[in-house]
Design a protein. Structure first.
Lengths: 319, 319
């Protein structure tokens, strides 16, 4: 049996490059670069709730880090460091090698160092704390949307939820649509470069982890404004557009979690700058609505002018 | 049923005082004060492994934060901020109120702000990330012990392990000893003030979470030195001294985890300064051994000069 310390040494220790002290002490030592502040976020992923217990460990290593980087992206922060606390049912070398491969491949892509963590035995659970840098005044927050702002969405929502519906046998998916949806669910791409490119440009931002309406609702509530989404303007991934179960497609589009796109607001006068920033970041963005004065909340408007009702706004772990 | 967001609002949201942005966004924003670096540590506590599933929630809130503060103490860092990721089997308002009471009472004592976290549903699990400040050059590390250093221990070890043995029915404990041991197990006191007072004075430090020999062994290994502990000089809490099961008392003293004392080394020339620092911090310290040149490891010396063997050095989650 591999010991706890051997697990850390073998699978989770890389030499610190930018941290003053990395893995192997009671804590790590880090310092933000001049002119920046640290953005810090933590997410816990549990087997059986956030992923299937038999999930591909390499993809799981990617996803566990990706969902945390998505939070930093939504702050406009540049990812720098991460801490990984993991509970494992047993010390399985093959599983650990694959998990750490997926984790470190994504970490390398964004220049992130693993600087500490905790390893224990128990039902598979992963908590990652991600730390990034952003100049305080340029950080993208939830509470700064204003009436008149456009509402923007990167990529498209719904594929991850559609993949989950497929895995639960609620819908059939053809080859290409299935691959796209499963990839989105298991290996989401955090919109880090877009978040950074939106510094000083977007007024507010959040990542879509609970569902488009729910997360846009968080912006509306924190900013004390109302948000309107134009149903016809919502971008549809091929799998959503071609889905025969229209009610399911709608639910996925509006309330499906786990896509890790960014929804953000920006002054209408800066529309072309937003488009240029997105091109630079290599991500498509679509203006899908606007912020208006009124009671905090989100409305979905049909082309004809009516309101479309959403059965369920988003995910709540205790609902 | 209380919603996830209501749980956060009701039990875990306090106004940010020193953070630039606290609970409620994708991430928090913090900045270390001039001349300091950030010390960051994370610990995961699982029901059934680190605590009993029916543990008193108020004490659990205290302990979950205390074990993280203990890591910062062992770095000589001043605690500033914490993030709390928690999985709950259900949203129980009474439990949450008690847990947050215990958490925030300890947080207030050390001036810590809760700046973020994650709330999800699942088997009870708590991951806290604690962030403190320390001037980089004064941080207490594991890898800086030198031959000739004294080995010091704060307080005394063994009570938490003896409490566990008592709860498992392995030993009987009288009233006062039982209270002392259970208090130590359920509500350990992080040696934060001692850690800070040892800056620039101790050469190396670690907190005793896995057991005295195991944790001192980490210092020895990282510093490439040997450590000798004088059996007769080890301080004994009353419950350990009066324990009739001498083998158990010895195991608790040398290999019992969860005490959260500090074991540290300092040059012999600074003995009186160490004692003064401990007095200032209000904690007793005892010189229990010394660092010598040799193969990294820990030896326990009897008064007569022989070596005392320890059956088990400390805790390993995968052993």
């Amino acid at each position: 049996m591999i010991s706890e310390f051997e697990i850390i040494r073998r699978y989770f220790t890389r030499r610190a490059r930018t941290a003053l002290l990395g893995v192997g002490d009671d804590g790590a030592l880090i310092r933000p670069r001049a002119g920046t502040t640290l953005a810090v976020s933590t997410d816990m992923l549990l087997a059986g709730r956030h992923f299937f217990p038999d999930a591909d460990p390499e993809k799981l290593g990617h996803k566990a880090l990706a969902v945390n980087l998505s939070d930093l992206a939504a702050m406009g922060a540049e990812p720098r460091w991460a801490l990984l606390a993991i509970a494992l049912p047993r010390a399985n070398g093959k599983w650990l090698a694959a998990f750490s491969k997926g984790f470190f491949r994504l970490a390398r892509r964004f220049g992130i160092e693993l600087i500490g963590g905790d390893t224990t035995r128990g039902p598979l659970a992963i908590t990652i704390t991600a730390i990034g840098e952003v100049p305080a005044k340029l950080a993208l927050r939830r509470d700064a949307a204003r009436a008149g702002d456009d509402v923007w969405l990167s990529g498209a929502t719904g594929e991850a939820a559609l993949a989950l519906a497929y895995l639960k046998g609620r819908v059939k998916l053809g080859g290409r649509a299935r691959e796209a949806c499963l990839h989105r669910l298991h290996a989401p791409e955090p919109r880090v470069n877009l978040g950074r490119a939106l510094r000083g440009l977007a007024r507010s931002a959040i990542d879509v982890s609970d569902g488009l309406l729910a997360d846009l609702g968080h912006i509306a509530k924190a900013s004390r404004v109302a948000a309107e989404v134009r149903w016809e303007d919502l971008p549809r991934a091929e799998a959503i557009a071609s889905c025969q179960n229209k009610a399911l497609a709608k639910e996925c589009l509006l309330a499906g979690g786990d896509d890790y796109e960014l929804v953000f607001t920006a002054p209408r006068s800066r529309r072309s700058e937003v488009e240029a920033a997105a091109r630079k970041a290599g991500v498509s963005v679509t203006a899908v609505g606007e912020i208006v004065a009124g009671k905090p909340g989100v409305r979905v408007r049909a082309a004809g002018g009516g309101t479309i009702s959403a059965r369920r706004a988003g995910f709540d772990h205790f609902a």
